[in-house]
Design a protein around this ligand. Sequence first.
Ligand SMILES: *Cc1c(COP(=O)(O)O)cnc(C)c1O
Length: 363
Amino acid sequence: MAQIYNFSAGPAVLPAPVIRQVQSELVSYKNSGMSIMEISHRSSLYTDMEAEAEENLRKLMRIPNDYDVLFLQGGGTLQFAMVPLNLAQKNKQTGFVDSGHWAQRAIEEARLVPGVKADIIASSAAVNYTALPDVPELRQQYDYVHLTLNNTIEGTMYRDLPNVLHGQTLVGDMSSNIMAQRYNVEDFGLIYAGAQKNIGPAGMTLIIVKHDLVEGGTELPAMLSYAKQAAKHSALNTPPVFAIYVAGLVFKWLLEQGGVEEMQKRNEKKSAYLYDFLDSSSLFSSPVKKSSRSVTNIPFVTGNAELDQHFVAAAQENGLVNLKGHRSVGGMRASLYNAFPYEGVQKLVEFMERFEQSVGGNK
Ligand SMILES: *Cc1c(COP(=O)(O)O)cnc(C)c1O
């Protein structure tokens, strides 16, 4: 099979050694004669696997002991509702930074929870989300303030948390840059991430939540309650066993590679290579303000929708796949998650150079 480079935004590329390990032990997990998909979630084969995954994740992200780690289902999207259900019960006042598509989905869902008020404390809608919004000094204490750390569709990312949010309970959506960039878990009350971008297969959602915050929510239906999920260690019902297993292998792989710092270094290098090309190209360009640029999701355009389409098709024929931008913004997008190799970015830039020459490069 010819080498393929998969730029998909999610579900996304996984480390090749992890895929090979899944293949090699799929038929008989730990010599049990059964696959991981066929064993009971009450067996020690499962509970040992889950415990090791959690331990490795705690190491990678330096998660303090007073935070619970949950492996749940429902994707990032269920967290848009589950967070206000559990954490907006004191004053029912929440604040949101409107930084793009996923932030907006989070706001819409929070507003559907009875009684919850969601203030938009900052927005970059006026510049089409091509930059991160400036967050002003806040005059009130919210139950929590919600921040999308990496805007997967628009290609913007917080490298540092806005200073003015210090003192608020921060909820962070890290679906597309968790462990791609070092953040301090202690700065957050809760962090969530759908697995299928930078962790593993779809079907598992990671939640890291400060234990104090989890103590409310006991009146909620069990599946929607962090307190009840935490009390049963994410196994209140059948957990997504296969997704947790693959995520556990990815955590092990990340540790072997040197952890989050090493990933961050590689991601900076990969993304800088592409941004440098975009900034010097006479055909392609990045619509995103330099200081706001993401290291994991990089949108770019030629300025001509027809030419964009032609480029995506030609790239695909050359083994550079899933470069089409999100339907809401068009153009192209290269997602360079932890498992995406540097060589893939080099191949993409080489191909873009050739393409530019072939069309005469007129920006
Ligand atoms: C993809 C994505 C989501 C939605 O995730 P699902 O798991 O599909 O529900 C939420 N937030 C961000 C930042 C995303 O990139």
